[in-house]
Design a protein around this ligand. Structure first.
Ligand SMILES: Nc1ncnc2c1ncn2[C@@H]1O[C@H](COP(=O)(O)OP(=O)(O)O)[C@@H](O)[C@H]1O
Length: 898
């Protein structure tokens, strides 16, 4: 299988997607330009802030230097004061000595008693020397006071310096704020850049912008590096501050010492205390300021580091995304969140278990598109997000599939009914979608060999097992409708496919179990590795158990098995022992939960086996899928279907709109289309004359029916419709044949009655060409089925402008909507329906149709045109099959199953 993506099943038209994509690209580009402009502004602002910070730091330097100088002076002055205080202390000692001597002298004088004048003289002399000393001391004190005053001033200046420092801190704070603004705008930029990667095609146009952005981010990085250097310088300043503080501490100590010496002077002591308090205050402030600076710088450095980390990550991501790499570097939390989101959707029943499984696998695999889907769905409502995610699962289908149909019919070469149409129509639609589709058919003797191109036998017989021995099969290859087909011709004495008919033989069970085994043998020996083996109806239902039980062990193990039941009326039940012929283990399989028929424990049921052993089980319309799960519709298989309901789905068939196209149909008399329906009247005329019916009244309505004449089709109602149409003044044509001899005889009798009737004809055979002409000629088409799995004739009739009159059952209920039913939106109304499978029911619809036809020719014409324009092609139904195939293949790969 290739790895290229095939078209998704998105129903939006491609042109709309392209327009939206371009719009989105335009919006992203504008956003990106806006973001770049914002980033440039921010960078500019940052630049200015950096310049201011540099200036501030220079100022701080200068101021610190000055401060230091002043501190030095202060220190010197304090040293001087200290020295002077010491001198003063010595002089005080000297004065005390003098006073002692004076006292002594006084004592001597008093002891001498008569020398009072001398004493007075001496006293005066001492006092005057004492006054001199006091005077010089107070001068010293005045000097000290002055110096202390100047110290006060210095401290005042220091205070101012400190407030300047605080201002510079504020600026740094501003810087920090600007940095965080810049950071958030860069984060925004990161988000938008990531979003811009949503569309891979955008990357190339965004690359150059990313590059310039990247350069700007580089510049930003350089500036940030500078800012970090500045922060380092600021730390230096703080260290210098700390040294200064140490000096102040030393100063304080000196002052303390001085204080000790100043005890003698009360004023000096008070002054010193004051000084001490002020220095302490100054010290505290300095300390706080240091701490603040330290905190700011720490914060600044932390955020710078964070910023640099973010930038580096951003740059790395940007580089990786430019290179188109994956998203392995998303944090684990991102993926965990996605997983939880998917689990939530599943638990709330918003997505199916299969969808949840595929999504989980994509998340586990860290797939880019899941990441992109998440980014692109930001801001959307949950329903839209789920849709976006599920779209990724459908585009998982990124690879083309190899599908092999194993079937008993294929239109137009081997067709009995709708099964043949489906095999060809679905295969062609899947092939158109880019898948490799092959078909394996029995080589019937009565095939339309003229419609097989390049038919040739391979010179390599395939041997397959049956009834205890090996039989040779000749393999033929050819193309039908552009599809590769393998035809198996068994060399078996029973000449299984040499019977003049496709089905209805006594040994049908043997014939088709042989064919199923031979088909798998062909795939094994041809070395095929299909992704899907699709088998149809009971005839090839054996493929499912044969595959798992016998062929997977032999190495044919790449496929998932899809089984489509086109009609649950035919189940391929037979005595259990018959199963052994094709090599299946009867003992193991004849169990209630495997192939045992639900109504007889000694019989096996091949349709039941396929339901049990297939990965996907489908039927041909949603309504029929519901009906067969009930006791009335299930024909004994309802319990099996209900217990396997998770893999069971109803998909409405399409029709091959190339083969059934009135505008190109070579089998009609006059080709026509919905814009020009004149040709219809000419075809009516052609059919009438071909069948020898009256052409007198061009407006006489022609009612047709093309069908297998089996009870399912409501044969008694078909017969009644013939009579009632004639009563209502219309014409009636029946093309059909019956495998039931009694019914065939009954209709042959009626046919002979109307042999020469001018308004009715019964053609009791299978005639493809006539069928085309009848669809083109008829005005109304009757389908009164008792049950109808899908029904193709109503769709083909509408495509040819013949209005269906149908019973509301199965696929008819999903495709025909009554023109008079107000509960149906007007755009869907396309025919006439009835519910009760009886004559009254049919009459009511037939009579209304006749009434509309006769009384509202313009309205009828519009109805014809509307029906012709309805899209019954395989396109959308094939997409549903494609989806089921892909999901099944995906699941198998995820769990590594064969
Ligand atoms: N006698 C007939 N001659 C030609 N085509 C017939 C005849 N009977 C049925 N068909 C074709 O067989 C197909 C019937 O398919 P469908 O409506 O699904 O019924 P079923 O598969 O049950 O027979 C249609 O393509 C229809 O045109």
């Amino acid at each position: 299988m290739g790895s290229s993506t095939f078209p998704s099943n998105d129903i939006t038209s491609p042109s709309t997607n392209i327009d939206e994509g371009e719009q989105l690209r335009g919006i992203h580009l504008q956003d990106l330009l806006g973001m770049i402009r914002n980033a440039e502004k921010n960078i500019h602002l940052l630049n200015q802030a950096r310049v201011r910070a540099l200036e501030d730091l220079e100022k701080i330097f200068d101021e610190k230097e000055e401060l230091q100088g002043e501190m030095n002076i202060l220190e010197m002055k304090l040293a001087e004061t200290d020295a002077r205080l010491k001198v003063a202390a010595q002089e005080k000692v000297h004065v005390e000595l003098l006073e002692g001597q004076l006292e002594k002298l006084r004592d001597e004088l008093s002891s001498r008693g008569n020398s009072e004048d001398y004493l007075q003289e001496m006293n005066n002399a001492v006092s005057s020397s004492q006054v001199d000393l006091v005077n010089s001391f107070s001068q010293e004190l005045d000097l000290l006071r002055e110096e202390n005053m100047s110290l006060k001033d210095e401290l005042q200046v220091l205070k101012v310096e400190l407030s300047n420092i605080r201002e510079s801190h504020q600026q740094m704070q501003m810087l920090e704020e600007e940095r965080s603004v810049l950071e958030s705008s860069l984060k925004e930029l990161e988000l938008k850049l990531a979003a811009s990667h949503e569309d891979v095609s955008e990357i190339s146009s965004l690359k150059s912008e990313c590059k310039s952005l990247y350069e700007k981010v580089e510049d930003l990085q350089t500036m940030l590096d500078n800012a970090t250097k500045q922060a380092d310088q600021a730390i230096l300043v703080v260290q210098q501050n700390q040294e200064l503080r140490k000096k102040v501490d030393r100063l304080e100590e000196s002052l303390n010492e001085a204080n000790a010496n100043r005890l003698s002077s009360q004023k000096m002591q008070q002054y010193n205390e004051l000084m001490q308090q002020k220095i302490k205050l100054l010290d505290e402030r300095l300390q706080r300021s240091d701490e603040e600076i330290q905190t700011y710088i720490q914060l600044y450095q932390d955020s710078m580091k964070e910023f640099q980390d973010t930038l580096s990550r951003l740059k790395e991501e940007s580089k990786k995304k430019t290179k188109g790499e994956t998203v392995l570097d998303k944090p684990p939390g991102f993926w965990s969140n996605l997983l939880l989101m998917v689990d939530g959707w599943f638990l709330e029943k918003k997505i199916s278990v299969d969808e949840a499984k595929v999504l989980r696998e994509m998340i586990w695999n860290r797939e880019v598109r899941i990441c992109d889907a998440y980014i692109s769905s930001k801001g959307k409502i949950e329903r839209e997000i789920i849709a976006t995610f599920l779209k990724q699962t459908s585009s998982t289908r990124g690879t083309r599939l190899h599908v092999i149909h194993i079937a008993a019919e294929m239109a137009p070469v081997a067709k009995v009914g709708g099964l043949g149409d489906v095999v060809t129509g679905l295969s062609k639609a899947l092939q158109k979608k880019g898948h490799l589709v092959e078909i394996v058919l029995p080589k019937y003797d009565i095939m339309r060999y003229d419609l097989i191109q390049d038919l040739k036998a391979l010179d390599a017989p395939i041997e397959s097992y049956f009834d205890g021995r090996l039989f040779k099969n000749r393999i033929w290859v050819g193309t039908v409708e552009g599809l590769p087909v393998y035809f198996i011709e068994p060399h078996h004495p029973s000449k299984f496919f040499w019977r003049g008919q496709l089905y209805g033989e006594d040994d049908d069970f043997k014939r088709f179990s042989f064919f199923s085994r031979a088909a798998l043998e062909l795939l094994l020996q041809a070395g095929k590795k299909p992704d899907i083996i699709h088998c149809h109806d009971w005839q090839t239902a054996f493929v499912a158990p044969l595959y798992w039980d016998l062929y997977v062990p032999k190495g044919l193990d790449s496929a998932r098995i899809c089984f489509t039941c086109h009609n649950f009326e035919y189940q391929g039940a037979a005595p259990a022992s018959d199963l052994a012929s094709c090599g299946l283990d009867v003992y193991r399989l004849n169990k209630p939960d495997r192939m045992q028929d639900n109504s007889a424990n000694d019989r096996v049921n091949s349709v039941k086996g396929a339901i049990v052993f297939s990965n996907i089980v489908t039927t041909v319309s949603p309504s029929y899928a519901q009906e067969v799960r009930t006791a009335e519709g299930g024909r004994g298989l309802q319990a099996t279907l209900n217990s396997h309901s998770k893999k069971f789905v109803g998909i409405l068939n399409g029709i091959d709109t190339d083969a059934w196209n009135p505008a190109t149909d070579p089998l009609v008399k006059v080709q026509y289309n919905s814009n020009d329906i004149e040709g219809k009247a000419e075809n009516k005329e052609a059919l009438r004359s071909h069948l020898g019916m009256s052409s007198a009244n061009v407006w006489q309505p022609l009612v047709a029916c093309i069908t297998r004449l089996v009870p399912q089709k409501g044969v008694h109602l078909i017969r009644h419709a013939l009579y009632r149409t004639l009563e209502l003044g219309g014409q009636f044509v029946l093309l059909g044949s019956s495998p039931v001899s009694q019914i065939q005889r009954e209709f042959e009798d009626i046919s002979s009655k109307f042999k020469n009737h001018e308004h009715a004809r019964l053609i009791l055979k299978y005639d493809e060409s006539l069928a085309h002409l009848i669809y083109a000629a008829s005005d109304m088409f009757i389908i009164p089925s008792i049950f109808e799995p899908c029904g193709l004739t109503q769709m083909i009739a509408m495509r040819y402008g013949s209005i269906p009159i149908a019973r509301k059952t199965g696929g008819l209920n999903d495709s025909v909507f009554d023109v008079d039913d107000d509960n149906i939106p007007i755009q869907y109304r396309n025919g006439f329906t009835f519910l009760k499978a009886d004559e009254q029911g049919l009459n009511s619809a037939l009579e209304r149709a006749m009434y509309h036809y006769k009384n509202d020719p313009e309205g009828w014409k519009q109805l014809v045109q509307k029906d012709m324009n309805i899209d019954f092609s395989w396109g959308s139904s094939a997409s549903v099959y494609e989806d089921l195939y892909q999901k099944s293949v995906c699941r198998a790969r995820a769990t590594n199953r064969p």
